[in-house]
Design a protein around this ligand. Structure first.
Ligand SMILES: [Zn+2]
Ligand SMILES: [Zn+2]
Length: 308
């Protein structure tokens, strides 16, 4: 090859090599320009969006809930005014359906969302919810790139075995990463992230507004999971002055329901006692006590979680 080049240079054909070199330089410059334009576009988009978010948060005297980078805005009134079951379960359910609808629809082709869903995957509950959307192509496309990520990033990585320390055990990164993936879910992560912020808004309102304290006290129930979530977050966020009152009100909401639930489950058990024979039809409360107890303990209605 060198000899041919030398001969062509000698024969005055050096321009033959200049064109390919120029071509490479120009291609690189165009690529660099496009990249820088894309980055600056992204920066402008992000900062503009941040400014809008900041503005929306400022104009939020009624305590509307916001979920960053998302379409979700859930007013406090929608969460606490219906007085039907656990308000935080209702909030979680709303976030969950919006999140599932979003990723099955508009966000399906968003590269940023796809990167996140590829890494995190989904839990079985949220796969079921996605199947319930009846859009099998969306699921298939998401699964295709998720499985591709799993194949390339985990199973085709170089040097998957790593020694811990000089004389330590050898760990297999593939199995570690696979385990992490089986315990993560894009929808669960989003809900957890949004719920913690929304709980903070609830705590802030409870501390500041008497009318909200009254609305909060009228809630029919708090399930065990959301009682724990609110109480633990309150211990971190509320002032020493407000905390005891909030914990008392919150405990009352879950304990009052627990007391009547326990009576209803006992009533159900007594139905099978020969001494109860001939006492007529059990009440609605007693008949539904098993499902309600499972809901109270898990925050999920067993009748609904089987729906696809
Ligand atoms: Zn709940
Ligand atoms: Zn999940």
């Amino acid at each position: 090859m060198l000899r041919i080049q030398e001969r062509l240079f000698e024969s005055g054909h050096s321009w033959v090599f200049i064109f390919p070199v120029l071509h490479v330089i120009m291609n690189k410059s165009i690529a660099a320009f496009r990249k820088s334009r894309a980055v600056s576009k992204r920066r402008v988009g992000k900062s503009a969006k941040d400014a809008v978010d900041r503005k929306r948060r400022k104009s939020d005297p009624k305590g509307e809930f916001f979920m960053k980078d998302s379409i979700y805005t859930i007013p406090v009134s929608e969460v606490f005014e219906p007085m039907d079951g656990c308000p935080i379960c209702r909030l979680r359910d709303t976030l969950e359906s919006r999140c599932v609808e979003y990723i099955m629809g508009a966000a399906m082709m968003e590269p940023d969302i796809r990167i996140e869903t590829n890494k995190a995957g989904f839990c079985s509950l949220h796969f079921k919810k996605m199947l319930g959307c009846r859009n099998r192509l969306s699921i298939a496309l998401m699964l295709e790139s998720h499985l591709d990520y799993l194949k390339k990033e985990i199973f085709e990585q170089k040097n998957p075995q790593q020694r811990q320390g000089l004389f330590g055990k050898t760990i297999d990164r593939r199995s570690q990463q696979a385990q992490e993936m089986t315990h993560s879910c894009y929808v669960c992560d989003k809900i957890e992230w949004a719920l913690s912020r929304m709980v903070d808004t609830t705590l802030g309102l409870w501390e500041k507004e008497e009318s909200f304290r009254q609305l909060y006290a009228k809630q029919p129930v708090l399930c065990l999971e959301h009682y724990a979530l609110l109480s633990q977050r309150a211990s971190e966020k509320l002032s020493a002055k407000a905390l005891p009152g909030f914990l008392e009100a919150t405990t009352l909401l879950t304990k009052r329901y627990l007391d009547s639930l326990k009576e209803d489950v006992s009533g159900f058990c007594r139905l099978y006692d020969y001494r109860s024979a001939g006492q007529g039809e059990p009440s609605e409360q007693v008949r539904t006590s098993i499902e309600r107890a499972i809901w109270y303990l898990t925050s999920r209605d067993p009748a609904k979680t089987d729906e696809t």
